[in-house]
Design a protein around this ligand. Structure first.
Ligand code: DAH
Length: 339
């Protein structure tokens, strides 16, 4: 039996030494130390050993088991180490390799225009405000002097959510919210998304407007026109020309529209401006005293003016974007060209 044990030890150590990987090593462990393993068999046979030899054989068997166990755990550590080194070698990063170039993002053309416009307004003393896109009929229409059944509602085909709540069709809702909240004199500007049921290559159901409102003593049309001229100059430079046309909005009296040099042809005349050299830029006017009063502002003491450019058309023209939908699709192939 002693000989058998020595053979087992020799064979075990040999096989452990030769195990090429963790799996093979585990097989060796089972083969020698497992329930039906060689050593276990021997230990089971101890009862047949003569009593005087039992002690010696027993301690030899234990020592064989210990040696095999030690050899296994050593081999296990060696194999794990080797695997780690091999993995590290495989995953090695060559930090001297030239980079593939970092892909940098850029601001969306609408954001760029938005930022520029806001910057100009802030320089002129405006406070930037924001307000809800889901709006009540009162702020979007009624308080702007557009009562129910007023024909001006047809100009803005609206998305109603309930009888009384709709997606705002204009940022002019913010004129009312500002007048209710602020004490004159004040100057506010509100950039924002608006919604109308309208869709073709130059109309999108979602588009963007600004709303600027000034309320003070003795302000009127001349201040409005001066301010718009100055904004155009800061946006497009000294050579920009503008012209004024009369218009109609229920919440302003008088109402005007301001055209500026067409940015597609720079005034030469093209398809976009129908040969006039001008394209529409601002809708504006002197705030209707009725609107001031409805929002709690004394129209005998204060007057106001407002203007609201749509910005999508300008962004399309300056960036030569053929279809307004590109502005809202977030298609990377398009956006990459807009840097
Ligand atoms: N909110 C109007 C529209 O979307 C445009 C407008 C007209 C804005 C006159 C103004 C204004 O601030 O004074 O058609």
């Amino acid at each position: 039996m002693k000989e058998q044990l020595e053979q087992i030890l020799k064979a075990g150590l040999g096989e452990i030494e030769g195990a090429p990987d963790l799996r093979a090593l585990d097989d060796v462990r089972v083969k020698f130390l497992g329930k039906t393993g060689a050593l276990t068999q021997i230990l089971r046979g101890m009862k047949d050993v003569a009593p005087e030899e039992r002690r010696e054989v027993g301690s030899l068997a234990n020592s064989v088991r210990e040696q095999i166990e030690t050899a296994i755990s050593q081999k296990l550590a060696d194999l794990e180490n080797a695997k780690l080194l091999a993995d590290m070698e495989k995953e090695k990063v060559d930090i001297t390799e030239p980079s593939k170039g970092v892909k940098r993002g850029a601001l969306h053309p609408l954001s760029r225009f938005n930022n520029k416009f806001m910057e100009i307004c802030v320089e002129m003393g405006f406070t930037v405000i924001q307000g809800p896109e889901v709006e009540t009929d009162y702020y979007n229409f009624e308080a702007l002097n557009v009562p129910k059944n007023h024909p001006a509602r047809d100009m803005q085909d609206s998305f109603y959510i309930t009888d009384n709540i709709l997606m705002r069709t204009q940022t002019s809702n913010m004129q009312i919210r500002a007048m209710e909240k602020l004490k004159p004199p004040f100057k506010v500007v509100c950039p924002g998304r608006v919604y109308r049921n309208d869709s073709d290559s130059s109309h999108s159901p979602i588009f963007n407007q600004f709303e600027a409102l000034v309320v003070d003593e003795n302000v009127g049309l001349k201040d409005l026109m001066m301010m718009i001229k100055e904004i155009l100059r800061r946006l497009y430079g000294e050579n920009i020309k503008s012209r004024v046309r009369p218009s109609y909005f229920p919440f302003t009296e008088p109402s005007i529209e301001i055209d500026a040099t067409c940015q597609m042809c720079h005034g030469k005349g093209c398809n976009l401006c129908k040969g006039t050299g001008f394209s529409e830029f601002f809708a504006a006017g002197v705030v209707n005293p009725k609107v001031l009063e409805m929002s709690g502002i004394d129209s005998k003491k204060y007057s106001g003016f407002a203007f609201g450019p749509g910005i999508d058309r300008s962004v399309m023209v300056t960036n030569k974007i053929p279809n307004i939908k590109y502005l809202f699709r977030n298609d990377l192939r398009f956006l990459k060209q807009m840097k």
